[in-house]
Write a protein that binds this ligand. Structure first.
Ligand SMILES: [Zn+2]
Ligand SMILES: [Zn+2]
Length: 316
């Protein structure tokens, strides 16, 4: 039997196979020892009855009946065993432990398929398999944070002046797209963090009632985390789209007419007109949009004594 290859699989056991097993409750740990029903090597397992996760509340142990998933923990080497696995032949099986008030434990073959599934899920959660979803959410969140960094990176490159040069409607589109990008990015980060993290609470699972309760919450919670992660991904996609609209509108959007800097024109009589230059409509004449009332002034070239660029028509 020593050459039995490693295989990660669940097996069912009979009461006869559990005959030599002994167990005891030590604190919130269930200590079991006996011979593995698959490889027949002597096995010792220490099963934690707590699940530290993001849900529920804790309470004191009340020893009773508990269905639990037991992994083979033999120290014999089995071929094909991955280097990351510490020991055992890979088999797991479910037993029902009767825990007496004094901590003594007797084992029987588990018979309730639902509780067997629950016990298996509980063991896998403890070995960190479900953690994969949370890790994925964590990485997504890091990606979304990088996306938000893009806003800060892209917008100065596109330039404030480029946005200011657009016609007002295009400027509005860019503004709305940027606001939307920011809102979607915030939502994506929030949902991502909600999927990845939560309130860590130690939960005691020491009897079948608690195990059922844990299992119901556990399955619901995985669905909730998945739902939030999907929301985060959708919001991140919307962020990218909104950013693309903002950058696209800035680069390719309709540009408003070029205008000159404000100029001050002094006429022969000493009076002054201030405004921005417009294209001339006839020869030997300047056209000026007045800075004060916005009207268009036509100044024959002969009337221009002095032309002086100024920062603004309102300041001297
Ligand atoms: Zn073994
Ligand atoms: Zn084994």
């Amino acid at each position: 039997m020593k050459s039995m290859p490693y295989a990660p699989e669940r097996i069912t056991v009979t009461d006869a196979q559990l005959a030599g097993w002994t167990g005891e409750l030590a604190g919130t740990d269930l200590l079991l020892s006996g011979r593995c029903p698959a490889c027949r090597d002597s096995t010792f397992v220490n099963l934690a009855l707590t699940s530290t996760s993001l849900e529920g509340a804790d309470r004191r142990p009340t020893p009773a009946l508990l269905t639990t998933s037991v992994p083979c923990g033999c120290t014999t080497s089995h071929r094909d065993r991955p280097a990351t696995v510490a020991g055992g032949c890979g088999r797991t099986w479910e037993v029902t432990a009767s825990i007496a008030a004094d901590g003594a434990v007797t084992l029987a073959a588990a018979t309730d398929p639902y509780l067997q599934e629950a016990a298996d899920a509980f063991r896998r959660e403890q070995t960190g398999e479900l953690q994969a979803v949370r890790t994925a959410a964590d990485r997504w969140t890091a990606g979304v944070v990088a996306l938000i960094g893009l806003v800060g990176l892209v917008m100065p490159a596109v330039g404030r002046d480029a946005i200011r040069g657009l016609i007002p409607a295009a400027r509005a589109v860019v503004g709305i797209a940027l606001l939307a990008a920011l809102a979607f990015a915030a939502l994506a980060v929030l949902r991502g963090y909600q999927a990845a993290h939560g309130r860590p609470i130690t939960r005691l699972v020491d009897d079948d009632e608690a195990l059922r309760d844990w299992y119901v919450r556990h399955r619901g919670q995985a669905a909730v985390a998945g739902h939030r992660l999907r929301q985060a991904i959708r919001a991140a996609t919307a962020t990218v789209l909104a950013l693309a609209v903002a950058v696209g509108s800035t680069v390719f959007g309709p540009v408003s007419q070029a205008t000159s800097a404000p100029v001050r024109v002094t006429r022969p009589d000493g009076s002054v007109v201030c405004g921005t230059l417009l294209s001339s409509t006839r020869d030997n004449a300047l056209r000026l949009r007045r800075g004060d009332d916005g009207s268009v002034e036509v100044l024959p070239a002969a009337d221009v004594v002095r032309l002086q660029p100024v920062r603004s028509c309102t300041s001297p």
